[in-house]
Design a protein around this ligand. Sequence first.
Ligand SMILES: [Mn+2]
Length: 199
Amino acid sequence: MNKAVESNNLFVFQRSKALQQYCGDVYFTHEDESGFLYVLSDGLGSGQEANRAAIATIDAIKEDLQADLTYMLEKANQAVSGLRGAAIAIIKADYLSKTIYYTGMGNIRFYMIGLEDKLVFPLSGSGFLSGRKQKYRMQSFKYKPGSKFLLHSDGLVLSRVRKNLESPLCVVKLGHLIEQTILDIPTDDVTFLLGQLPN
Ligand SMILES: [Mn+2]
Protein backbone atom coordinates (compact mmCIF):
# COMPACT_ATOMS: atom_id res chain seq x y z
CA MET A 1 0.00 0.00 0.00
CA ASN A 2 1.21 3.45 -0.94
CA LYS A 3 -0.80 6.62 -0.73
CA ALA A 4 -0.52 10.34 -0.29
CA VAL A 5 -3.27 12.73 0.75
CA GLU A 6 -2.76 16.39 0.03
CA SER A 7 -4.56 19.51 1.15
CA ASN A 8 -3.67 23.11 1.90
CA ASN A 9 -2.67 22.50 5.47
CA LEU A 10 -1.98 18.76 5.65
CA PHE A 11 0.08 16.24 3.72
CA VAL A 12 -0.22 12.59 4.69
CA PHE A 13 1.97 9.86 3.29
CA GLN A 14 1.80 6.16 3.97
CA ARG A 15 3.64 3.16 2.54
CA SER A 16 3.44 -0.31 4.04
CA LYS A 17 6.29 -2.64 4.87
CA ALA A 18 7.37 -4.57 1.77
CA LEU A 19 4.38 -2.90 0.05
CA GLN A 20 2.05 -5.37 1.79
CA GLN A 21 -1.66 -4.95 1.23
CA TYR A 22 -2.34 -4.15 4.89
CA CYS A 23 -0.55 -1.34 6.63
CA GLY A 24 0.03 -1.71 10.36
CA ASP A 25 -0.06 2.08 10.73
CA VAL A 26 -3.52 3.63 10.78
CA TYR A 27 -4.28 7.32 11.12
CA PHE A 28 -7.32 9.47 11.67
CA THR A 29 -7.85 13.15 10.97
CA HIS A 30 -10.68 15.42 12.01
CA GLU A 31 -10.80 19.16 11.61
CA ASP A 32 -13.36 21.88 12.19
CA GLU A 33 -13.23 25.65 12.56
CA SER A 34 -12.03 25.45 16.17
CA GLY A 35 -9.15 23.04 15.65
CA PHE A 36 -8.15 19.52 14.70
CA LEU A 37 -7.61 16.06 16.11
CA TYR A 38 -5.00 13.81 14.51
CA VAL A 39 -4.26 10.28 15.64
CA LEU A 40 -1.55 7.92 14.45
CA SER A 41 -1.53 4.31 15.62
CA ASP A 42 1.16 1.72 14.84
CA GLY A 43 -0.03 -1.84 15.44
CA LEU A 44 2.75 -4.13 16.67
CA GLY A 45 4.35 -6.16 13.92
CA SER A 46 3.00 -5.71 10.42
CA GLY A 47 0.33 -7.00 8.07
CA GLN A 48 -3.30 -7.70 8.78
CA GLU A 49 -3.02 -8.38 12.53
CA ALA A 50 -1.14 -5.14 13.08
CA ASN A 51 -3.69 -3.32 10.95
CA ARG A 52 -6.56 -4.82 12.95
CA ALA A 53 -5.11 -3.64 16.28
CA ALA A 54 -4.44 -0.15 14.95
CA ILE A 55 -7.96 0.13 13.49
CA ALA A 56 -9.43 -0.95 16.83
CA THR A 57 -7.68 1.95 18.58
CA ILE A 58 -8.86 4.46 15.99
CA ASP A 59 -12.44 3.17 16.08
CA ALA A 60 -12.52 3.51 19.87
CA ILE A 61 -11.29 7.10 19.66
CA LYS A 62 -13.77 8.03 16.92
CA GLU A 63 -16.68 7.13 19.21
CA ASP A 64 -16.31 10.43 21.08
CA LEU A 65 -14.23 13.15 19.51
CA GLN A 66 -14.92 15.54 22.40
CA ALA A 67 -13.46 13.23 25.04
CA ASP A 68 -10.33 14.08 27.03
CA LEU A 69 -7.19 12.84 25.30
CA THR A 70 -6.17 10.63 28.21
CA TYR A 71 -9.63 9.07 28.18
CA MET A 72 -9.27 8.46 24.43
CA LEU A 73 -5.99 6.70 25.14
CA GLU A 74 -7.60 4.52 27.79
CA LYS A 75 -10.42 3.58 25.40
CA ALA A 76 -7.87 2.76 22.71
CA ASN A 77 -5.99 0.66 25.25
CA GLN A 78 -9.08 -1.35 26.13
CA ALA A 79 -9.81 -1.81 22.42
CA VAL A 80 -6.61 -3.78 21.81
CA SER A 81 -7.12 -6.28 24.59
CA GLY A 82 -7.00 -9.66 22.87
CA LEU A 83 -5.32 -8.12 19.84
CA ARG A 84 -1.78 -7.09 19.04
CA GLY A 85 -0.69 -4.03 20.96
CA ALA A 86 -0.17 -0.61 19.42
CA ALA A 87 1.95 2.51 19.75
CA ILE A 88 -0.13 5.64 19.39
CA ALA A 89 -0.09 9.41 19.57
CA ILE A 90 -3.00 11.83 19.70
CA ILE A 91 -2.63 15.53 18.98
CA LYS A 92 -5.35 18.10 19.30
CA ALA A 93 -5.08 21.74 18.28
CA ASP A 94 -7.15 24.56 19.70
CA TYR A 95 -6.87 27.47 17.28
CA LEU A 96 -8.37 30.00 19.73
CA SER A 97 -5.73 29.50 22.44
CA LYS A 98 -3.08 28.45 19.87
CA THR A 99 -2.39 25.35 21.91
CA ILE A 100 -1.49 21.78 20.98
CA TYR A 101 -2.46 19.01 23.36
CA TYR A 102 -0.46 15.82 23.10
CA THR A 103 -0.59 12.36 24.55
CA GLY A 104 0.85 9.06 23.42
CA MET A 105 2.29 5.67 24.23
CA GLY A 106 5.28 4.19 22.47
CA ASN A 107 7.24 5.03 19.44
CA ILE A 108 5.26 7.60 17.47
CA ARG A 109 7.12 10.88 17.18
CA PHE A 110 5.75 14.41 17.12
CA TYR A 111 7.63 17.63 16.37
CA MET A 112 6.34 21.19 16.34
CA ILE A 113 7.61 24.74 16.59
CA GLY A 114 6.64 26.33 19.88
CA LEU A 115 7.04 29.73 21.45
CA GLU A 116 10.34 31.53 20.78
CA ASP A 117 10.89 29.18 17.83
CA LYS A 118 11.70 26.30 20.11
CA LEU A 119 11.55 22.83 18.59
CA VAL A 120 9.11 20.90 20.76
CA PHE A 121 9.17 17.10 20.72
CA PRO A 122 7.24 15.64 23.63
CA LEU A 123 8.12 12.11 24.68
CA SER A 124 5.37 9.56 24.93
CA GLY A 125 4.95 7.10 27.74
CA SER A 126 7.23 4.11 27.24
CA GLY A 127 5.76 0.79 26.21
CA PHE A 128 2.62 0.43 24.13
CA LEU A 129 -1.11 -0.07 24.44
CA SER A 130 -1.73 -3.68 25.39
CA GLY A 131 -5.10 -3.76 27.14
CA ARG A 132 -3.50 -3.66 30.57
CA LYS A 133 -4.31 -0.65 32.70
CA GLN A 134 -1.70 2.11 32.56
CA LYS A 135 -1.32 5.75 33.49
CA TYR A 136 -1.32 8.37 30.77
CA ARG A 137 -0.06 11.89 30.72
CA MET A 138 -1.23 14.74 28.55
CA GLN A 139 1.03 17.66 27.75
CA SER A 140 0.20 21.02 26.20
CA PHE A 141 2.28 23.51 24.28
CA LYS A 142 1.61 26.88 22.70
CA TYR A 143 2.41 26.73 19.01
CA LYS A 144 3.85 29.36 16.73
CA PRO A 145 1.05 30.47 14.40
CA GLY A 146 1.65 29.46 10.80
CA SER A 147 4.34 26.95 11.73
CA LYS A 148 4.56 23.36 10.55
CA PHE A 149 4.48 20.16 12.56
CA LEU A 150 5.24 16.51 11.88
CA LEU A 151 3.69 13.36 13.31
CA HIS A 152 5.26 10.09 12.19
CA SER A 153 5.61 6.40 12.88
CA ASP A 154 9.02 4.83 13.52
CA GLY A 155 9.21 3.68 9.92
CA LEU A 156 10.28 7.23 9.00
CA VAL A 157 13.84 8.15 9.88
CA LEU A 158 14.29 11.85 9.24
CA SER A 159 17.32 13.92 10.06
CA ARG A 160 17.27 17.70 10.43
CA VAL A 161 13.66 17.87 11.51
CA ARG A 162 13.89 21.53 12.49
CA LYS A 163 15.29 22.48 9.11
CA ASN A 164 12.41 20.68 7.45
CA LEU A 165 9.79 22.34 9.65
CA GLU A 166 11.28 25.77 9.03
CA SER A 167 11.26 25.28 5.27
CA PRO A 168 9.33 28.00 3.41
CA LEU A 169 7.84 25.34 1.10
CA CYS A 170 4.15 24.49 1.36
CA VAL A 171 3.26 21.21 3.08
CA VAL A 172 2.62 19.45 -0.23
CA LYS A 173 6.01 20.29 -1.72
CA LEU A 174 7.83 19.64 1.54
CA GLY A 175 5.85 16.44 2.03
CA HIS A 176 6.98 15.18 -1.36
CA LEU A 177 10.60 15.95 -0.43
CA ILE A 178 10.30 13.97 2.80
CA GLU A 179 8.60 11.20 0.83
CA GLN A 180 11.72 10.93 -1.31
CA THR A 181 13.74 9.86 1.76
CA ILE A 182 11.56 6.76 2.16
CA LEU A 183 12.61 3.48 0.58
CA ASP A 184 10.62 2.24 -2.41
CA ILE A 185 10.15 -1.01 -0.54
CA PRO A 186 10.26 -0.10 3.16
CA THR A 187 11.32 -2.53 5.88
CA ASP A 188 8.64 -1.16 8.26
CA ASP A 189 5.28 0.51 7.76
CA VAL A 190 5.86 4.23 7.26
CA THR A 191 3.37 7.02 7.89
CA PHE A 192 3.83 10.73 8.31
CA LEU A 193 1.48 13.66 8.69
CA LEU A 194 2.98 17.03 7.87
CA GLY A 195 0.71 19.92 8.77
CA GLN A 196 0.66 23.66 8.97
CA LEU A 197 -1.10 25.56 11.73
CA PRO A 198 -3.22 28.62 10.95
CA ASN A 199 -1.88 32.11 11.46
MN1 LIG B 1 6.47 0.69 13.11
